[in-house]
Design a protein around this ligand. Structure first.
Ligand SMILES: [Zn+2]
Length: 64
């Protein structure tokens, strides 16, 4: 066996683990693609979450 092989999480290509500066990605491009997705997802999630939590607390009124 020559070296550890893994798969690029972005494109699914087999990637050699050793001497690979972009691991676990196969290339710089895939690394940037993944980072970009991750950042845009963080943006989307963190904004509406706070709004939803605020709204649910105000739903319970005092009408019984
Ligand atoms: Zn890739």
């Amino acid at each position: 066996m020559a070296g550890k092989l893994t798969r690029c999480p972005v494109c699914g290509k087999p990637v050699s683990w050793e001497e690979n500066p972009y691991r676990p990605f196969c290339s710089r491009r895939c690394k940037l693609v993944d980072l970009d997705l991750w950042l845009s997802e963080e943006y989307r999630i963190s904004v509406p979450r706070e709004v939803l939590e605020d709204e649910t607390e105000e739903v319970e009124g005092g009408k019984v």
